[in-house]
Each structure stands twice: as C-alpha cells, then as structure tokens.
Design a protein around this ligand. Sequence first.
Ligand code: AMP
Length: 310
Amino acid sequence: MSILVVGSVAFDSVETPHGKVAQCLGGAATYFALAASYFTPVRVIAVVGEDFTPQHEKVLTDRGVDTTGLEHAPGLSFHWRGSYLGNLNEAQTLGTDLNVFADFEPKIPAEYQDTEFLFLANIDPVLQARVRSQMPAVKMVCGDTMNYWIADHAANLAKVLPELDVLLINDGEAKMLAGESNLVRAAEKVLAMGPRTLVIKHGEYGATAFFSDRSFAGTTHLTVPFRAPALPLDEVVDPTGAGDSFAGGFYGYIASQPALTPEVFRKAMFYGGVMGSFTVERFGTERLQGLSRQQIDARFQLLRQISHLD
Ligand code: AMP
C-alpha cells in the first residue's frame, strides 16, 4: 500500500564531531521516503528550487520513490543548517531558510488520490493541514513536527494534531509542546491535544509509544506504554534524519501489513529504530541509499535479541 509524504526536501549543512558537510541532500520527506521505500511504495509532495538537480532527484527515484508530486519552482530549495557539536542527541538549528517553501501551494496529482496512508512530515503545519484536507479518504494519518513550528506556529499546529492517528516527535519537542518537564505527564498533555497515539523518540535511547482511549479502534489491550530500544552503535557520524528515518521504517512497515494489530505496531517501533540506526552511520542520506531488506531484517533480529527477556 502506498504512503504519500508531504514535507521538506532540502539541502542541509551540518556539523558533527566527525566533520561537516555543506548543502547535502536532506529534508524530512527525503529521509522518510528513502527509509519507507524498503517496505512499501512511496509518493512525495514537496517543492524544490533550481539548485535541485536531476542527480538529486535520482536519489529518490533510484529507490522507486514516485516524484510526480515534486514541484520545481524558481528560486532556491529549503536550506537547513544545524550543529550536533554540543549534543549528538539533539540538533542545534543554526539557520532555516524556507526559500521556495515560503510560497508553496501543495497540489495533489490525480494519480495520488488513491493513497491510503498519509504522512505529514516536518513542515509548516498550514501546509500539513492543506494536504490533509485534500486527502479526505485516507485510511491512516501520521505526522511529525519540530521545535521551530512548536515555538512560533502553535495555533496552526493545534489544528493538525487532532487529525493524526500517530504523532511522532522527540522527547524535547513533546516536553516543549506540553510545557511539562516530566515525560509521562507531557505525553498525557500532548494526547489531550488530539493525536490518538503518540510516539516519543529518545535518540540513542529508543522510543516510547503512549496510547489514548482513541488509539486503534477495536484493540483495547494497548493501554500501557510500549518502549522499543535503539541499537547501541559504536559510531554515530551524523544524527540528521534519524527521526524521519525512524518514522519511515515505522510507517512503511505498518503500510506493508494487511492490518494494524498491536503486534504490527510493536514491530513497527522496532523497524523504526532499525532505519534510524542506519541513517546515523554516515553523513546525509548515504547509508539509506544502498541497503537491502536482508540487512534491515538482520538488524531487526539483533534488536529483538538485545531486548528479549525470556
Ligand atoms: P530529524 O529526523 O529530526 O533529524 O530531521 C532532520 C531534517 O529535518 C533535516 O534534513 C532538515 O532539512 C529538516 N528540517 C530542519 N528544520 C526543518 C523545518 N523547520 N521544517 C521542515 N524540515 C526541517
């Protein structure tokens, strides 16, 4: 089943303790699409500028990603500058240039209308809401956001949250959104804002899912939170995109399964961790471009092994 993702397709300039890269292909939708492409067909809605070349687009199409909805506009692509020098678990944003995203009017190609799974990746919540309203028939909607939008676009974000079956954010963002420093209380407050399920990512420490009484109609037994570990890695080169890759593995796996059962949900949390673990091993999208399903499943088994009690 296809997933449609709307979000940033961008150029990133990043510095980490391992070095720095300038203007490399990135963006939330890019990382998401590449990670999800190992599980299910992916379609993209985004805008790029004149600096985005056919070689950049080929990174997506080589993984079978459908770029019919990738609009090319005059001007420069979205550019994000970030640093992980202080903390490998959380990026410090040095600059965000929206460029062509500032006036983006998302248009859904006719051939995307039958999409069943929608992912509202990190982008202006106004654009997230616009795409959501143009896709009334989707079966499931998941979404992401970040401190940039939580801080200055809270009212717009509040309109998107009730549309989400699953909101995926990191722990700092959850605490910021809730105005609460305790993670469990922050989760309760965020769930009260509308998403039916909340997945909080903890960087190198894994991710926790919190459920509301509106989670997964028909399954009542997912009431206690579920924690999935992250794979301990001996080298983290560049954490950029780990969260979006988690989301791609998580949602890609769900879309590839016949139904969303509690078991599928829990395995999806593990596949999310697996895809995040690959991304951080190299700068940019490099590691996500040439994986095999076998490598992914081997890492899934490893994650299962390191966390199994019995
Ligand atoms: P993460 O998975 O959280 O590390 O997301 C990293 C990606 O988010 C980078 O490739 C950036 O291009 C993108 N990004 C950073 N800031 C924003 C923003 N304000 N809106 C949309 N995308 C962003």
